[in-house]
Design a protein around this ligand. Structure first.
Ligand code: KIV
Ligand code: ZN
Length: 537
């Protein structure tokens, strides 16, 4: 099967997103993760734009040994090419990337020169780059709006001058798939005739949401290489998203007669790293990397999924590094999904009447809360126990934390937090200081719950617009090598932060509880099943 080269330009085109600037260490961290993802080429920056950019490209080129090809961008002028050369010359496999426009708009408006003069600039630039390094990529900027014969004349001339990769950018997202596919086929037929060692590449922007489609149709029509970014970030509406292009190929290799060598299980981790370091949230319904990309909430889908994953799942979440498919229950989830979720918690069958009673309570709760997570189910069972007899209820209630009250003081001298929580009949309280209000809050909560947890991720976003907007806190804790995700919503974001932390903690406790053989006496009695010697905690 034909191998498709993947160039990742998250650190160059992606970093052009306003507010997404990274420091040198953050760039190195992303580059190292891109190497784990096994991209073929990393475009690490645009060295002539600043000394800082040059230094970070240099750092990446020096650090990634036996890894991907390292490239950086230059305009078709000697000083830019020198800056790229200085920054990548110590890479194991360096590549100089030159860009110059070929459309009438670029030639006439941007350069105000004749077409022949611009073409000559490009050829001179390639010759100069070739005098420094053997591998040179030439990008015909705004190719999709260029006159075909001038575009081809340029490609022919730069290939004769020594370019080893020809990149066809849809710089402004003007292309449409069918037309772009034809353009790539036409170029590829001539190019392979001219020199079949030269790779044909595409670089598509997403101004009308077609970047992935245009990239994939280009592959279908002969492109050897694709240029992408994680989460599709980049100039304006962004670039083709690496995860979409790569998973598109992986899903339909027979159709494309091509495959990439990306380690797809690293996709989610790379996406998160990029999103966290750049401070750019991923749209929740974003294909492959969005928070909801593998979450099924409709009853019909959940039911089908539980009978057979193939019914509604074309990509296995674990293939892109997503731990587990999450079924978020709603009022529309249906009996089957509810039963499956309860079975995860109880590890035993409920009697028909108990199930019906619990299901009715679940629907009431779902109407109120909209989204039901595992810890909500636990509360549901807890309350059901309460109705059945005080002993069982007490035993179950003992296992979970509940926020009673808090006071958090934010100042730049000594931020502090005092928190009171309840666990069963016991009230626990403590105070602590920290670097900031959230740090103080989480320090005191960690002390109270007395569990070895590490905060991996913490995010606040607003659930609705306006001044009464609710704040949603999303966090991820790590405990015993496992990740626990929790959310909480409140108009008070500090309170939401505390509740999210306790929700995650309760999940840790819950997880221990559902390990086989860890059923409490109360649950065992209720279920009429066997009880192991271990309690919930
Ligand atoms: O969009 C574009 O044309 C580019 C080139 C530098 C490839 O980013
Ligand atoms: Zn671009």
């Amino acid at each position: 099967m034909r191998k498709i080269w993947v160039l990742d330009t998250t650190l160059r085109d992606g970093e052009q997103v306003p507010g997404a600037k990274l420091n040198i260490f953050e760039k190195l961290q992303i580059a190292q993760q891109l190497a784990k993802l096994n991209v073929d080429i990393i475009e690490a920056g645009f060295p002539s734009s600043s000394q800082g950019d040059l230094e970070s490209v240099k750092k990446i080129a020096g650090a990634l040994k036996d890894g991907p090809v390292i490239t950086a961008l230059a305009r078709a002028v000697q000083s830019d090419i020198d800056a790229v050369y200085q920054s990548i010359r110590h890479a194991d496999r360096p590549l100089i990337h030159i860009v110059l426009g070929t459309s009438n708009i670029h030639v006439e408006k941007k350069f105000n020169r004749s077409k022949d003069a611009v073409l000559e600039m490009g050829v001179d630039a390639v010759r100069y780059a070739k005098s420094l390094l053997p591998e040179v990529q030439y990008s015909t900027e705004d190719a999709s709006r260029s006159d075909f014969e001038y575009l081809w004349k340029t490609i022919e001339a730069v290939v004769r001058a020594g370019a080893t990769i020809i990149n066809i950018p849809d710089t402004v997202g003007y292309a449409v798939p069918e037309e772009f596919g034809c353009l790539i086929k036409r170029i590829n037929d001539r190019l392979k005739n001219l020199n079949d060692q030269v790779l044909l590449s595409v670089h598509c922007h997403n101004d009308t949401g077609l970047a992935t489609a245009n990239t994939l149709i280009a592959v279908k029509n002969g492109a050897d290489k694709v240029e992408c970014t994680l989460n599709g970030i980049g100039e304006r509406a962004g670039n083709a998203a690496l995860e979409e292009v790569v998973m598109g190929l992986k899903l339909r290799p027979e159709y494309y007669q091509a495959c990439s060598q990306i380690v797809t299980t690293e996709i989610k981790a790379t996406s998160k790293l990029v999103s966290n370091l750049m401070g750019l949230d991923v749209q929740v319904n974003k294909a492959i990397t969005g928070e909801n990309a593998f979450a099924h909430s409709s009853g019909i889908h959940q039911d089908g999924l539980l009978k057979s994953r193939e019914a509604y799942e074309i990509i296995r979440p674990e293939d892109v590094g997503v731990d587990e498919m999450e079924l978020i229950l709603t009022a529309r989830s249906g009996r089957h999904a509810f039963k499956a979720a309860i079975a995860k918690i109880l590890h035993s069958n409920l009697s028909e009447s108990d199930f019906e009673e619990l299901f009715a309570r679940f629907l009431d709760l779902a109407d109120l809360k909209k989204e039901i997570y595992h810890h909500d189910l636990y509360y549901l069972i807890d309350h059901y126990y309460a109705g059945k007899g005080e002993t069982q209820a007490e035993r179950v209630r003992e296992d979970l934390y509940e926020l009673v009250g808090l006071q958090v003081v934010s100042n730049d001298i000594f931020p502090t937090a005092s928190v009171k929580v309840k666990r069963g009949g016991t009230v626990l309280k403590d105070s602590a200081g920290g670097d900031g209000p959230i740090d103080a809050l989480y320090t005191v909560l960690k002390n109270i719950v007395n569990l070895e947890v590490e905060l991996l991720e913490y995010k606040i976003s607003s659930v609705s617009r306006g001044k009464e907007a609710m704040g949603r806190v999303y966090l991820q804790l790590q405990h015993d090598g496992k990740r626990y995700t929790a959310r909480a919503v409140d108009t008070d974001i500090i309170k939401a932060s505390a509740v999210a932390f306790l929700n995650a903690t309760n999940q840790i406790l819950l997880n221990r509880a559902v390990e086989p053989g860890a059923v409490t006496e109360g649950q065992a009695e209720f279920l009429g099943g066997e009880r192991s010697g271990r309690g919930i905690v």
